[in-house]
Ligand binder design. Structure first.
Ligand SMILES: Nc1ncnc2c1ncn2[C@@H]1O[C@H](COP(=O)(O)OP(=O)(O)OP(=O)(O)O)[C@@H](O)[C@H]1O
Ligand SMILES: [Mg+2]
Length: 648
């Protein structure tokens, strides 16, 4: 809009004077006129106030004195006038210089002034000092930038924004760290991708946004999925963001990974439960212990009286009655022993032992208990630390576990007896303190247990078996025995998924290795027979001779055992067995450890039968079934002599 110069019409002289006075009085705007070349021709109060010059000081000077040196060098003042001339207006913001050299941020408008003929007669220049506004804007921008950097830099929280429909619009370092996605992978995609499949199907993401939109905020915890598919437990807050008009423009989402907190809460709960369970058993133990103790004394009296009774004359019928009573008293005594063991009132004979060895020499009994219907395997870890146990009670307990496993697999299956070392953290297994433990487990592929059965299984007299089939004291004894050794019993079971019973015994510190203390003097023999009965009786023979006995019910199993126990000295095997024959086993065993002595037992006249197989029979000794202890002793002597001879 061209401005009419004050000395031309249409203003009356009176009006023109009023306008001049008005302009010169304005102090918020510097309003002054330039000649067509840019020389200052008028000056008002505002100009004096902003720029510090009086009218006398500047009139006649070129207006470029208000520009910075730099702008002057770039020819900006001239360009401004050129643009005002050609475009009809120049408008800009920029730094200007006061008389005292200080700067201010100016908003500048330059309008060309033309006369009636259109000839340029000068410029009207209006300048305003907007330094404060500029500083405020800058401060705002800076604080926004700082805030942005802060959000970007936060790594403990995933902070990002969503569009009203849930599309991700930005992404910070925390989001990258927690969810593993890079900025470019997620921006523009829908945030429901972080939810689990199931939550997505149930419409959780949408509901969260709806809640935030209607109530201003949504807060919840739940599982979320990382890029690699793993889950974490997330604490999520979604805030709705509205503009000044109250329209929803998006959401701010803050997610925190609180998996650890959840885990420790869960662990606390577990520990509390374990404590409760052990306190409950403690209480039951006190009660049963007291009853069992008294009961045991009563049984003693009964037993003694019966043996006194036996001494006098009786009819056959009476003697049978006495025998039945004696048998019953014995059975009662066994039960009270189990009860006492649960109550930990059983005298406990602590010995330092390598459980592998104990299990090894008990193997035949376990096999017999398991029967032929299930496969019984042993998986014994090497180099186990020793533990302190009462061997007889340990054996009873292990037998209980194997019998339970067998009862749980009526249609056949597999039972594995295994040993392992485990470093347990506090709260991981029952009430066990943090330490190293030797774990002896019996695992079966049987019917498993319902959760209620798991929690009650240890209780004395808790049984799910038919009347007469179980007294419900087996696990009570195991529990008492393990507790008395300073350990615990852990039950892992699910219906249809089998059961694992794990006995934890504190590992003795020392060299960490099993030192073979009590057993080191005895020789070890591996017995192989597919007949459990024979395994047991032969085992008895060898034990009588001071051997430590390991046993296997097939050639294949025997080889497995041999591989695990390379220091075995003697193999005693049946010849005729399903699968690998004794002879084949003997050859393979010899190949495995050449120093091994081998005795083969057969019901046939052995050597002629074997000769047909073309075996180098000189390596092996033979025994014909049935053999007596004396036959066995002779054979062993013969081998010793041969061994001694070849050693010289
Ligand atoms: N391996 C297992 N698989 C499935 N259930 C088991 C197993 N071991 C134990 N149970 C359950 O725990 C209960 C208690 O076992 P526990 O050994 O204490 O008593 P029992 O076997 O019933 O009787 P017994 O006194 O003759 O051992 C069992 O009746 C059974 O329900
Ligand atoms: Mg049992």
């Amino acid at each position: 809009m061209p401005v009419t110069p004050p000395d031309t019409q249409p203003y009356s002289p009176h009006e023109a004077e009023r306008l001049r006075l008005f302009i010169s009085a304005v102090t918020d705007y510097a309003i002054y006129m330039l000649s067509p070349e840019g020389t200052i021709v008028s000056w008002n109060a505002g100009a004096q106030r902003f720029k510090g010059y009086t009218a006398a000081e500047v009139i006649g000077k070129h207006f470029s004195i208000f520009y910075t040196d730099e702008d002057r060098r770039l020819g900006i003042p001239v360009l401004a006038l050129q643009q005002a001339t050609s475009k009809g207006k120049f408008e800009a913001e920029g730094w200007r210089v006061r008389k005292d050299g200080t700067r201010f941020w100016a908003s500048v408008v330059i309008d060309p002034i033309r006369d009636d003929t259109g000839t340029l007669v000068g410029f009207a220049k209006i300048t305003r000092d907007i330094t404060e506004k500029k500083l405020a804007e800058e401060a705002l921008r800076e604080s926004e930038e700082r805030f942005r950097l802060l959000v970007q830099g936060v790594t403990d929280y995933a902070i990002y924004m969503l569009s009203p429909s849930g599309t991700i619009t930005n992404w910070n370092a925390g989001a990258r760290r927690i969810k593993q996605f890079e900025h470019d992978e997620v921006v523009g995609t829908h945030f429901s991708r972080f939810y689990t499949e199931q939550d997505r199907r149930n419409g959780m993401p949408q509901r969260a946004l709806e809640t935030a939109a209607s109530q201003g905020r949504f807060e919840a915890e739940g599982w979320r999925v990382r890029k690699d598919g793993t889950r974490f437990w997330a604490h999520v807050v979604i805030d709705a963001i509205h503009n000044e008009l109250g329209h929803l423009i998006g959401f701010a989402k803050i997610t925190r990974d609180v998996t650890e907190r959840r885990d420790s809460a869960e662990q606390l709960e577990k520990a509390r439960e374990a404590l409760f369970q052990s306190q409950k058993l403690e209480a039951i133990g006190k009660l049963t212990g007291g009853v069992a103790h008294d009961f045991n004394n009563l049984l003693n009296v009964l037993g003694n009286s019966l043996s006194l009774l036996r001494r006098s004359e009786h009819s056959m019928a009476d003697l049978r009655l006495i025998a039945t009573m004696e048998h019953t008293v014995k059975r009662g005594a066994t039960l009270t022993q189990q009860l006492l063991s649960f109550a930990r009132q059983q005298p406990f004979k602590q010995e330092q032992r390598d459980v592998n060895r104990v299990i090894g020499s008990f193997e035949a009994v376990l096999r017999r208990a398991a029967g032929n219907g299930v496969a019984l395997d042993f998986d014994l870890a090497t180099g186990l630390p020793q533990v302190e146990i009462d061997v007889a009670q340990f054996e009873t307990g292990l037998l209980n576990l194997v019998v339970n496993a067998r009862d749980a697999t009526p249609d056949g299956g597999r039972i594995v007896v295994s040993t392992a070392v485990r470093d347990v953290k506090a709260g991981q297994v029952g009430v066990l303190a943090e330490a190293r433990y030797v774990v002896v487990s019996v695992q079966d592929t049987g019917v498993g247990m319902e959760p209620e059965v798991v929690t009650r299984a240890i209780e004395p007299f808790f049984t799910t078996k038919d009347i007469g089939k179980g007294t419900g004291l087996g696990l009570s004894q195991v529990y008492g025995m393990v507790q008395q050794s300073g350990g615990d019993l852990a039950i892992a079971s699910r219906p249809g998924d089998g059961t694992t019973m794990s006995m934890y015994f504190p590992a003795l510190v020392g060299d960490g290795k099993a030192d073979a203390a009590p057993e080191s003097t005895s020789e070890r023999v591996l017995l192989v027979d597919d007949e459990p009965d024979l395994l047991e009786t032969t085992g008895e023979l060898f034990r009588t001779l001071g051997f430590e006995v390991l046993s296997a019910s097939s050639g294949e199993q025997a080889l497995e055992l041999l591989k695990r126990t390379p220091d075995l000295q003697l193999l005693f095997s049946d010849v005729v067995m399903p699968g690998m024959s004794g002879l084949e086993l003997a050859r393979k065993a010899k190949a495995l450890s050449p120093m091994l002595k081998v005795i083969l037992a057969s019901g046939y006249v052995a050597e002629s039968v074997l000769a047909k197989e073309g075996a180098p029979l000189g390596d092996f000794e033979f025994l014909t079934k049935p053999y007596a202890l004396s036959d066995l002793v002779q054979t062993l002597r013969k081998m010793d002599r041969a061994g001694a001879a070849s050693a010289h």
